[in-house]
Design a protein around this ligand. Sequence first.
Ligand code: PMP
Ligand code: G9A
Length: 416
Amino acid sequence: MVVNIERLFSKKAKMLRASEIRELLKVTQIPDMISFGGGLPNPSAFPVDIIHQCIDKIFIDDINNALQYGSTEGLIPLRAALAERMKKNNKISCTLHDILVTTGAQQALFLSALCFLDPGDTYLSSVPTYLGAIQAFGAFEANCESIPMTDVDIDIDSLRRNLERLHRTGINPKFLYTVSNFQNPSGETVSLSNRKELLDIASEYDFLIIEDDPYGELIFEGEFIPPIKSFDKKGRVIYVSTFSKILAPGFRLGWVIASKEIIDKFVLAKQAADLCTNVFSQYVACEYINGGYLDKQVLEIKKLYKRKRDIMLDSLKKYFPKDAKWTIPNGGMFIWITLPEGINTNLMLQKAIARKVAYVSGSAFFPDGGNYNSIRLNFSFSDDNIIKKGIQRLAEVIKDELTTNYKKGAIFQEGV
Ligand code: PMP
Ligand code: G9A
């Protein structure tokens, strides 16, 4: 008898949706395709020789433990090294006991969803926001209240208005999700005063903040702004970061800093998910930090990505239509483009792919859709001359679209 699998899937499984970014990664396999789509680090930023040295040392010093199961919390020397680094670089006062090592930052988001979101619960998120977070939280059947940005900051008036409206109907959001530095997707960074205000409001209305910070180390210029977590005295902020952008995403290593109650609960959830994070990866990362390699490598990565950002910005200025606008990120990996209203970048994507250039349409980063006239460009992955060529190609696609399909002021429906 043929098994009717669909009938057996859980409600949660039926609600799972494909990530447009992960789908787009397939397009990058097409020969000669220039992809500004996926948020991929540049392979030349991977410290290959250093990784080799670290592994050689592990083979000599402690290979049996590196190949063994480990504790769910993570390797003690790695957590101690992270606590030290978080204090020194990020002004977050913590010890190794406040840190849980996770299978990438993505798992930290998934554990947050598992531990805090029941079906029908509400969370807040600034928009546009990281697609993987929308996916993780959406899997738990939660409702997202989208809070717009005003320039670089989360719109405090809108946040307060939303909170008042929710309270009148008896809804208490569980948390606010934000990527505070060099956001994925917009490249913007939330100001110091906005960070403090968010924490005050979280305390007033009694919700948590999930501060996702994979890009904070990749600062090219401007002042370092301490994370929201550094002002948190009450255990209200769950801070999430990752080795993906400062070592290599293939290691699948991230970490969470949170209060003891939260870490304890996440440990239980993680036991059910994967027992422990990849132990061999943790040994390599530990050697990478304690051998003094990480700081030097971060300097190299920043130099490389700043150059790529500048090439992309110069090319945008040279080739893009005059009425296109874009952000100028002080770090990270992304530039956000706003095209004239009436352009549908979802529809335009097929034409761009036909001309062998890919991007992510902006609407993917809004849980409620819309914003069809925006796109996200990644500048870290492509070679320098490919960035120039790709932006030139994309500019031609946009100019064609403006002369053929542009419907000034058109409102597009979801799904087109
Ligand atoms: N959060 C944000 C904002 C990201 O951009 C990413 C990856 N691009 C992640 C989390 C997931 O990172 P990881 O590779 O550590 O799972
Ligand atoms: O899904 C991935 O491969 C990570 C990249 C995320 C992004 O492009 O935002």
